[in-house]
Design a protein around this ligand. Structure first.
Ligand code: ZN
Length: 381
């Protein structure tokens, strides 16, 4: 059994709650937005996008704002993000709109303090403080583990998110791997020790189908009303579906943590291109496939895994669903989602086969001397 190599790094997570801003806070948010817009203007005029050069150009010009000076730095750094995105977008397209921050918001890593784990103290003007009560969920999250450090806060007119971090001992070479294959109705997990687990997600697909149906019966032609109502349904649907995905990804990461396994998933870049108009699929099928939360699953698995120090690798998805995971031969589809390999003379479940392929490809990432606990090839069903 290989020894797992451990490296110390920092993992970041965040927690979000609603709050009602006071008059002074709204003033501060507005000043912050104006400062960001000033910085964007200066950055565009002087053609700078790096944090250092924008600080040199913009810092003193922001001195007429009556805010603690560290908010100037935060505004500059927020503007740098906007300018970088703008530059990137305008390289691709010629008619990109000049950026401008419309929303009231504040992102800061200075000027706040969590008092007794109960409330957030924020300085709104030099030597003037405002308080936001933390709700039970936020308090629980921040006190759940020892050694958490609060890094930054982000305020909008209705939400407060607090980003926090901890030092983790990241495993560089895990003792085994866990491959995840995502399908429409389930995700299938295969581990180095030869275990297969299927997590049912048909509930999420049902919810999506229901909302799609509701939306398709909406016939009023007023675009504004439609936009509003669809937005509302979209949010409800997202909340329900994300809850289901959250439960599943939690279980997957828990398993990986318990058995000290790394996680391998497919690279999903370009997956949407496979299912769009003109590719010979039906409307309904495309709708189902494109409505599926590929990204959300991966995003959740990845950040939860990182928090536990579990390494995540992405592998090429090519052929994972059609090649035999034991010999690599082309397989034939049987009934009931089974695949038949003529060389090995066996039938395997296609999802399990795909998960094992992903697992095997992931193993190659840890170098030639890396071996999982047991050879996966000996597992036959
Ligand atoms: Zn085979």
């Amino acid at each position: 059994m290989p020894n797992s190599v451990v490296v110390t790094t920092v993992a970041v997570k965040s927690v979000k709650q609603n709050y009602t801003p006071s008059e002074q806070m709204l003033d501060l948010l507005n000043d912050f937005r104006l400062m960001v817009n000033d910085c964007i203007r200066i950055g565009l005029k002087e053609n700078v996008t790096s944090l250092k050069s924008l600080s040199l150009k913009a810092y003193h010009q922001l001195s007429n704002y009556q805010v603690p000076s560290y908010y100037r730095l935060c505004a500059i750094s927020a503007a740098v993000g906007v300018l970088k995105n703008y530059r990137k977008a305008s390289r691709k397209k010629s008619d990109v709109k000049t950026p401008y921050a419309r929303r009231l918001m504040l992102t800061t890593c200075y000027g706040f303090k969590i008092k007794d784990g109960k409330q957030l103290r924020l300085s709104v003007r030099p030597h003037r403080y405002e308080y936001i009560q933390l709700n039970q969920h936020t308090k629980d999250v921040l006190s759940a583990e020892p050694g958490l450090t609060v890094r930054s806060v982000c305020l909008t007119t209705s939400t407060l998110s607090i980003s926090y971090s901890k030092q983790i001992d990241a495993i560089e070479k895990p003792a085994g791997l866990l491959g995840i294959d995502r399908n429409l109705d389930n995700i299938t997990v295969a581990t180095s020790s030869g275990e297969d687990i299927r997590f049912d997600l048909s509930k999420a697909t049902e919810i999506k189908a229901k909302y799609r149906d509701v939306k398709s019966h909406f016939t009023r032609s007023d675009a504004r009303i439609r936009h509003k109502i669809f937005g509302k349904y979209g949010e409800k649907q997202r909340n329900k579906v994300n809850q289901i995905i959250h439960n599943v990804t939690k279980q997957v990461v828990k398993k990986a943590k318990k058995e000290k396994l790394g996680i391998a998933m497919e690279k999903i870049k370009g997956i949407r291109k496979l299912y769009r108009k003109g590719n010979g699929q039906g409307n309904r099928y495309r709708g189902r496939i494109n409505g599926w939360s590929y990204c959300e699953i991966q995003r959740q698995v990845e950040y939860k895994a990182r928090w536990e120090g579990i390494p995540v690798v992405y592998v090429d998805a090519w052929g994972t669903s059609s090649r035999c995971s034991i010999c690599g031969c082309k397989t034939y589809s049987n009934e009931h989602r089974q695949l038949y390999c003529p060389k090995c003379n066996i039938s395997v479940d296609r999802d399990v086969n795909a998960a094992r392929n992903i697992l095997a490809r992931g193993g190659l990432r840890f170098g030639p001397d890396w071996r999982p606990i047991e050879a996966m090839v000996s597992v036959k069903r």
